[in-house]
Design a protein around this ligand. Structure first.
Ligand SMILES: [Zn+2]
Length: 130
């Protein structure tokens, strides 16, 4: 799927919803294409006391429900119309779902993608002493 198509899918699901309890839903939308070519979508949810999650979590959850684990390409956008590359927590989350997701293409600008492995720092896993 072309970058602009995936960006448009993510923009379609963003919304500016804040209820009287100050619950914010959908300011960021995420669209991903799985290895199987399916589109999965998610929105951010933020409630009081810093409880909530990024849009990537919803899209990855949708993918997992479909029995898929590998992401071909992913993008997140803010309702204001800007691309919102995955935060550090989401980068780690995507990697831990399946290590082959290090080769996921992450849209960081309209016409620029980077591999997840380029966006993650040195891996944190334990290594034997020499
Ligand atoms: Zn995040």
């Amino acid at each position: 799927m072309a970058n602009e198509e995936l960006i448009a899918e993510a923009m379609k699901i963003t919304r500016e919803y804040v209820n009287p309890q100050n619950v914010s839903v959908g300011h960021v939308g995420c669209a991903l294409v799985s290895e199987g070519g399916k589109l999965h979508l998610g929105v951010s949810v933020h409630v009081n006391c810093d409880v909530g999650f990024c849009a990537e979590y919803g899209a990855v959850s949708s993918m997992l429900v479909a029995g898929e684990y590998k992401i071909e390409k992913i993008v997140s956008v803010h309702i204001g119309g800007t691309i919102f590359p995955p935060c550090g927590r989401c980068r780690e989350f995507i990697y831990q779902i399946d290590a082959s997701n290090l080769d996921t293409e992450v849209i960081v600008e309209n016409d620029k993608t980077m591999l997840l492995r380029e966006l993650l720092p040195e891996m944190w896993q334990m290594r034997p002493l020499k």
